[in-house]
Design a protein around this ligand. Structure first.
Ligand code: IPE
Ligand code: IPE
Ligand code: MG
Length: 240
């Protein structure tokens, strides 16, 4: 039976793509070489999604904390994002991928933001795979920005304090268009979530795997998804 026929496959997979720097260092190369190798992996993983039954893929590309890195690395990553969007837009469009970005755009260069906006517009009619790319994203920052907008609505009388619930608050999050992730994968052996999708992952399953992101293949992706299918999700209830 093809994997995509199973009801048990995760519909929304989120990935913390970690280990690019170590991958490059192991080869005696600058960290940016690892980031470029990592970007190439993204293409294959996105392409593998439809056959694996993954409708939503969300990837962590740059965190609100990653500004603490050297100016060279940060600038190199921003150039890489621009290059990736320029080079991949047409293919993503043709392959039916709908691309959206989450994170705070205010701190990003205007020409990067323009490319992001254009790619969102270009692919707005697509529905085969929904790819969400997190750039300058932090879960705490997202909740703070959401709360700020929510407070503005309350102050303006558009929302009653009693209507602030766990159903209304997520409508203010960057991810308002996404279902919650079923599975969060982190590569590179670190077992932490580093401020990724804090609210949304309340009941996600987690897979921490040792492979460095530039070595992560479609085959390993399929294996990890297969393990997910064997897990029992209880959501706080007692299984009957
Ligand atoms: C993840 O790889 C990519 C980004 C955070 C931008 P790292 O750059 O964190 O790689 P390691 O963890 O140093 O190996
Ligand atoms: C998380 O990785 C952010 C991304 C993958 C974009 P980091 O490498 O920045 O996280 P820490 O510093 O190890 O927690
Ligand atoms: Mg890292």
């Amino acid at each position: 039976m093809p994997l995509s026929d199973s009801d048990e496959m995760p519909r929304h997979v989120a990935i913390i793509m970690d280990g690019n720097g170590r991958w490059a260092q192991m080869r005696g190369r600058p960290r940016l070489v690892g980031h470029h190798a990592g970007a190439r992996r993204v293409k294959d993983i996105v392409r593998a999604c439809p056959d694996l039954g993954v409708k939503y893929l969300t990837i962590f590309a740059f965190s609100t904390e990653n500004w603490k890195r050297t100016q060279t690395e940060v600038a190199g990553l921003m150039s890489l994002f621009k290059r990736y969007i320029r080079r991949e837009s047409q293919t993503l469009y043709e392959e039916g991928v709908r691309v959206r970005f989450i994170g705070d755009r205010v701190r990003l260069e205007p020409n990067l933001v323009d490319l992001m906006d254009n790619l969102e517009l270009l692919t707005a009619g697509n529905d085969r795979v929904h790819l969400t790319i997190a750039i300058n994203y932090g879960g705490r920052d997202e909740v703070a920005r959401a709360t700020r907008r929510l407070a503005q609505d309350v102050a303006a009388g558009r929302l009653a304090p009693a209507d602030v619930t766990d159903e209304t608050l997520p409508k203010y999050l960057d991810t308002c268009f996404l279902p919650d992730p079923d599975l969060v994968i982190r590569t590179s052996g670190e077992a932490r979530i580093s401020n990724f999708l804090l609210w949304q992952s309340a009941y996600a399953e987690y897979e921490f795997i040792d492979t460095l992101w530039p070595d992560f293949t479609e085959e390993e992706f399929a294996t990890v998804l297969g393990r997910f299918a064997t897990r029992e999700r209880r959501f706080g209830a007692v299984p009957v």
